[in-house]
Design a binder for this molecule. Sequence first.
Ligand code: COS
Length: 387
Amino acid sequence: MALDTESFDLLLTTIQRFVRERLVPSENHLEEHDEVPPDIIEDMKAMGFFGLTVPEDFGGIGLSVSQEVLVNFELGRTATAFRSVFGTNIGIGSQGILMDGTPDQQAEFLPRVASGELIMSFALTEPDAGTDAASLKTSARLDGDHYVLNGSKRFITNAPRAGAFTLMARTGGPGAAGVSAFIVPAKLPGLTLGKPDRKMGQRGTQTCDVILENVRVPAVNIIGGVPGQGFKTAMKVLDRGRLNIAAVSCGMASRILDESTAYARDRKQFGKAIGEFQLIQAMLADSQAELLAGWSLVKDVALRFDGKPAHVSDPDVSMRVSCAKLFATEMLGRVADRGVQIHGGAGYINEYPVERFYRDARLLRLYEGTTQVQQLIIGRELLRQAA
Ligand code: COS
């Protein structure tokens, strides 16, 4: 699945212009009001953003992973909150249905996902199950042709906007094998939302708890129709999600580097531009080299991802995805830190974008699997391959 090259080039140019002319000028609004302006959301719908990765058969644009990372690089060049409006829709919220859903589930949900009529969100994390996702406690008890769900989900991105969740709950015994993935409509009785989380950065993204009290979900809403497959579905979804976080990291690093280079040319000390000092050049050079390394890695892994069927998991590709997420998000952390350093005291003042990017960047090393989870996946797979 991929968009033809000519159409994709046009789309990418349009997105670059939209980011530059529409989103970047709205970054301050986002920071001050903690919301994405509704007219921008409407423009995103009109441009097809909500269906970028949904196949054309279901009304989407049908990007390949290699194309998706290029788009996410561009979207990374502005505040992450803009992407988050539709990011769960084209990513972790709907990919489970796309990868493992039954034909009926795909036909019912994906066209509404693609049009933006239905926002989908991904609910895995719980108060006591973060990195140890397979220990999740939300229970799903079979009662006739429904499951009754009880529990709570934490830090759920886009929950306040969501019309439905891809939600992991326990239908069986302990561990990963007891987990099933459900499509849970947000309007079901017993499903409520917690108060909005107050975060360090990424203002404009909406996250909160999702609380389930005796929520009756039709049994046909188990993704793929077979219980006990939900953990694997979640992991496959996260593989693609993590690669895209890596692409966003590279985009954000490139924006920070541009801001830092421009500042180094303008700002004068000791009678000349600070960019003429080799210690400043060294910071710019390190950031550029690390950015190019990270971006090359992301594109390489995307090609490998496209080389296999979307619903089939390949442990070697998963391991490389983790390398990309680990390297690119840690690289972004270093680039953001140098960006503030190059700006000096001004980098700590919210007048300059680097101050905001520094806070926004911090989350990328945490969500969709911490750096330590990526290390675990890489280490385990290397040992498995050696055995
Ligand atoms: N694709 C498909 N299947 C996968 C998979 C993948 N990428 N990774 C693991 N699985 C399968 C395994 O093959 C195993 O199946 P079998 O029992 O049939 O062999 C099953 O899932 C359990 O895997 P594993 O034993 O590796 O599970 P662990 O409990 O050890 O967990 C980690 C592994 C820690 C890697 C996992 O829990 C994880 O990624 N945690 C972080 C969660 C996360 O990213 N949270 C962010 C929330 S979204 S913002």
